[in-house]
Ligand binder design. Structure first.
Ligand code: 5GP
Ligand code: ZN
Length: 128
């Protein structure tokens, strides 16, 4: 279910009610964490689409990239740098990977808390 943006807030790890990724950020729900910094947490996707499938999730609850503001510039850049670091950690930097951010309905977004998918470890084929 998608909660109204009216109820969203922007505290780091504040735990927006009913948001599964806020619960993972707050460690109320266990995940296999592979990276963490002030703005982000990254963990294995529960339903991996490839040998490496990591989710990079903002600590702050933002619905998706449409909800980003100038305040989030450091977070946005940090997400790209963290993806680099994690790709190296999982040894998929040279073989290659895909970094995907789904947005809203046509984008196939299911969890309305900003995240990117880092996917690799096998040839991924064409987009879509
Ligand atoms: P979206 O479709 O919103 O871009 O991606 C949401 C992703 O979150 C999906 O790939 C799904 O498998 C993953 N996911 C949903 N719930 C959980 C969970 O509780 N734990 C983990 N690790 N991944 C989850
Ligand atoms: Zn959230």
């Amino acid at each position: 279910m998608r909660l109204s943006p009216h109820f969203s807030h922007h505290e780091k790890g504040g735990g927006m009610k009913g948001c599964i990724f806020c619960k993972i950020v707050d460690k109320e729900i266990v995940s296999k964490i592979v990276y963490e910094d002030d703005d982000l947490i990254a963990f294995h996707d529960i339903n991996p689409l490839a040998p490496v499938h990591i989710l990079l999730v903002s600590k702050k609850h933002i619905e998706n990239i449409l909800g980003m503001t100038d305040e989030d510039a450091k977070l946005a850049a940090g997400l790209l740098f963290a993806a680099n670091e994690i790709a190296k950690k999982f040894n998929i930097d040279k073989s290659g990977f895909r970094l995907i951010i789904n947005c809203n309905s046509d984008g196939g977004q299911e969890v309305f808390h900003l995240h990117a998918h880092l996917i690799g470890g096998a040839p991924l084929g064409k987009m879509c």
